[in-house]
Design a protein around this ligand. Structure first.
Ligand code: PHE
Length: 451
């Protein structure tokens, strides 16, 4: 039998809006700004957007609904809830996989977030030098990167220590409107740039032949999982603080579409700038190049406007990263609270501290960071998603369906959900996992230092 949970008075969201904004805050993050535009431009522009939306609709929304259902049904951390609902210890490894992803992803995510902090500080002080490539090299690895990673982790821990209402909910109520306003402002500004229209064309012209490239499905699916925060219990944890019986599939749709909207708009900001300032060749083989090297270069030539725009841009990135990071840490913290009865403060400090230490290699070596991202931010999320679909779709489907029915009355829509979750999502995920095996193996070798 599963270990019996420790029962304490559990936190909950004060409002429905608080829950939605927190879930959107988790989903909208560096993935939207940093990976999405790049994946799209490499994958045939609008053709990849179509493929991406298909994955979001067929796999993402049904799986997010499933995570919400398990969270609200169990009112517990996934680590406790999964073996209990699955009625067997055999399901326990899935809960542990979620914890592992929380540790792994946050450890390098916080390093990148630290770069955004450094850029934001320097942008405010008007101190980003014109050689942005050298500046990036100095900022991205080494002592400074370690210190800023530490600072970012401290902020994340500080919010999580305050708890669900006072920490998470209150912070997203401030952060998310700021994020939306900055993003819309930047997109409008980008639209006014001379010569920017070529960027839109490059971003949006569909090239369907690019979709036949091997690995493109895995790339799009990995991006969808990372961007939607799926496959590691983050949204499951957030839904475990829900008491009221909203329609969970509607909430999932709202969160997924908001996430897509932000990612898409981020592309509308980035590509016109790159075209208008002829920075195409600076955007080398990674989006890191686009965000951290090419954009500050473009802003540099704009005088006062440029100072305002680059400050806005890096503050935006930082806010997006922080609201995602708290959800990553929350998965681990809630597990310690629900499973071992730790206090929130102790859980956040100890696990957050451990994650900070784990992040140091990523702050010292970009290859290590990249390999961590491939392994935990891509492959393991897909594995977690597959087993979540099997658990909810096959092992506990009647209970899950009854829980969903509390808010979603339409039997026809629930049937569609059942078919997507039980058949369509697992088939797509198995196919994707096969094609992701090779790059994952390479990432493991890099992490072990044998690659
Ligand atoms: N969705 C976040 C982003 O796009 C990252 C994340 C992944 C957050 C998994 C939580 C869980 O940046």
């Amino acid at each position: 039998m599963a270990a019996s949970p420790v029962t304490t008075e559990r936190d909950s969201w004060a409002t429905r809006m608080g829950f939605i904004l927190a879930a959107v805050g988790s989903a909208v993050g560096l993935g939207n700004m940093w990976r999405f535009p790049y994946v799209v431009s490499e994958g045939g522009g609008a053709a990849l957007v179509v493929l991406y939306l298909a994955i979001v609709a067929l796999v993402g929304i049904p799986l997010m609904t499933a995570e919400f259902v398990v969270g609200r049904l169990s009112q517990q951390s996934p680590l406790v809830a999964i073996p209990r609902l699955g009625r067997s210890r055999a399901w326990a490894p899935l809960g542990w996989l979620f914890i592992l992803c929380g540790f792994g992803i946050l450890s390098y995510y916080s390093v990148i977030a630290g770069w955004t902090l450094r850029y934001a500080f320097d942008a405010i002080r008007n101190a980003i030098p014109s050689d942005t490539a050298a500046y990036f090299t100095a900022a991205s690895t080494g002592v400074d990167a370690v210190l800023l990673h530490l600072l970012f982790m401290a902020m994340t821990i500080w919010i999580v220590v305050q708890g669900v209402r006072k920490g998470l909910e209150r912070s997203v109520l401030v952060m998310m409107p700021v994020l939306f306003l900055l993003l819309i402002g930047l997109a409008i500004w980008s639209g006014t740039l001379q010569g920017g229209s070529e960027g839109y064309a490059y971003y949006l012209q569909p090239d369907f032949s690019a979709l036949s490239r091997p690995g493109i499905l895995a790339e799009a699916a990995g991006q969808a999982f990372f961007s939607l925060s799926l496959g590691m219990g983050a949204l499951m944890t957030y839904a475990s603080y829900l008491r009221s019986k909203e329609n969970l599939s509607r909430e999932a749709t709202v969160v997924a579409l908001s996430d897509f909207g932000v990612a898409f708009t981020a592309g509308l900001v980035v590509f016109p700038v790159i075209a208008a300032f002829a920075l195409r060749d600076q955007v080398s083989d990674s989006t890191v190049g686009a965000l951290f090297i090419a954009l500050p270069k473009a802003f540099e030539g704009l005088g006062r406007t440029g100072d305002i725009v680059d400050t806005a841009f890096f503050v935006l990135l930082f806010v997006a990263a922080l609201s995602s990071a708290i959800s990553l840490l929350e998965v681990v913290v809630t597990a310690c609270i629900d499973r071992w009865g730790w206090s929130r403060g102790r859980a956040a400090l100890l696990t957050g501290g451990l994650i900070t230490v784990l992040g140091v290699p990523s702050a010292l070596d970009l290859n290590f960071l990249d390999a961590m991202d491939k392994l935990t931010g891509n492959f393991l999320l897909l594995v977690g998603g597959l087993f979540t679909a099997i658990l909810v779709g096959w092992r506990i489907f009647p209970e899950a369906d009854a829980e969903l029915a509390q808010g979603l009355r339409s039997p026809a829509l629930r049937r569609v959900w059942g078919i997507l979750l039980r058949f369509v999502a697992p088939v797509i995920l198995v196919a994707v996992l096969f094609s992701a095996a090779e790059p994952t193996w390479r990432a493991i070798r890099t992490l072990l230092g044998i690659g």
